[in-house]
Design a binder for this molecule. Structure first.
Ligand code: ADP
Length: 356
């Protein structure tokens, strides 16, 4: 398949747009087929070296169903957690230099959002997701800088469900405080724990993650109907100058982006779906407004964008992981994910160009 001429033609445009976009990055990640998955027909046609992705609607003949997208990076299904994190790490470091950073994962339920952000269930160090690796690095780097800068690190986990936020866990380097919530999101141990190592924090974060509300839908038994936000507050003090460095890191596992009709929902489930829809489109609107350098950024339109406001816009750096299920039967859901991402990435190629 000769996409190269088309890709070369678009590359200049991509680069120009990326220069304008500065602090917003979009990485697309395609998860592998799962061992139990029968259909092995993929909608992924081509992954280019420079963040190009061609997906195909297999119900259409030949190239008719092909669509080209362009992101900062595209990871195929063989990408490891370490490879993905290697590209994320510079952002984590910049939190210790006093920047605010937001890293979020977007996609339909089952597309690998939690895998990218947290890792699989019972993750080993090897398949840790971004948030454990990020915390590990924050502790390690702050230890290395101990002679010149002293850091305090606090970790908070919040779940946003139906436009309300609930604290799942509240940790601080001087001691870890876990809360019992009146809303039923109880954290078992309500005592203070000293934090001695990253693994202490990780153990407790595991408890926080379990406190996420999950409920069954036709699409996936344990689909996440809430947004999970891990906030890391970093406060550094330069020992020579006495000046302060303050950075926040938001690590966000977004609720599933699947459309309501696919999940066949009514009643409470419909209400949940509408809240999710509203908050995800608000997030898209905020990032789009920032990318357009619009004078009005609509942060107030959802709880999610209010919570993330400090790490979106201004000097803040934003990274969105766009997660895809490779299965050809998920094509229409993948396409709507990619269209959302393309708007956020600011690179809309249009059908004519990509279908040439
Ligand atoms: P989501 O959070 O989007 O609902 P998950 O992260 O739970 O999706 O992923 C769905 C399933 O696919 C899980 O069993 C997960 O372990 C697996 N999975 C996702 N991404 C990968 C990957 N890159 N490598 C191996 N397994 C993956």
């Amino acid at each position: 398949e000769n996409y190269h001429a088309l890709l070369a033609e678009n590359r200049k445009l991509f680069n120009e747009i990326q220069d304008l976009r500065g602090n917003i990055r979009v990485f697309c990640r395609i998860r592998p087929f799962l061992p139990g998955q029968k259909e092995k027909k993929t909608s992924v046609e081509h992954i280019g070296e420079n963040g190009e992705l061609v997906v195909a609607d297999r119900s259409k003949p030949g190239k008719e169903g092909h669509r080209l997208f362009k992101f900062n990076k595209v990871y195929g299904s063989d990408a490891t957690q370490a490879e993905v994190y290697a590209d994320t790490q510079p952002l984590i470091r910049s939190v210790l230099d006093g920047y605010n950073v937001c890293i979020c994962a977007y996609g339909q339920t089952g597309s690998g959002k939690t895998y990218t952000m947290t890792g699989p269930n019972q993750a080993t160090k090897e398949n840790w997701g971004v948030n454990y690796r990020a915390l590990n690095d924050l502790f390690d780097i702050s230890q290395c800088r101990k002679g010149s800068i002293t850091y305090e690190i606090g970790v908070q986990m919040v779940e946003i469900y139906n436009e309300q936020s609930f604290v799942c866990l509240d940790l601080h380097t001087l001691g870890i405080m876990t809360h019992s919530q009146p809303n039923g999101l109880a954290v078992p141990d309500a005592s203070m724990h000293p934090v001695e190592s990253t693994s202490d924090v990780i153990k407790l974060m595991g408890i926080g993650f379990k406190n996420r509300a999950v409920s069954a839908t036709a699409l996936n038994e344990r689909s996440s109907r809430s947004h999970s936000v891990v906030t890391v507050h970093v406060r550094g003090k330069d020992l020579k100058t006495g000046s302060a460095l303050i950075g926040n890191l938001h690590l966000v596992d977004l609720a599933g982006s699947e459309r309501v009709d696919r999940s066949e929902v009514t009643g409470d489930r419909l209400k949940e779906a509408q809240h999710i829809n509203k908050s995800l489109s608000s997030l898209g609107d905020v990032i789009f407004a920032l990318a357009q350098k619009s004078p009005h950024v609509p942060y107030r339109n959802s709880k999610l964008t209010q919570v993330l406001q400090s790490s979106l816009g201004g000097q803040a750096k934003t990274l969105m992981f766009v997660q895809l299920n490779p299965d050809a039967s998920s094509f229409s859901e993948s396409l709507s994910t990619l269209k959302f991402a393309e708007r956020v990435a600011g690179v809309e190629l249009g059908a004519a160009k990509s279908n040439k």
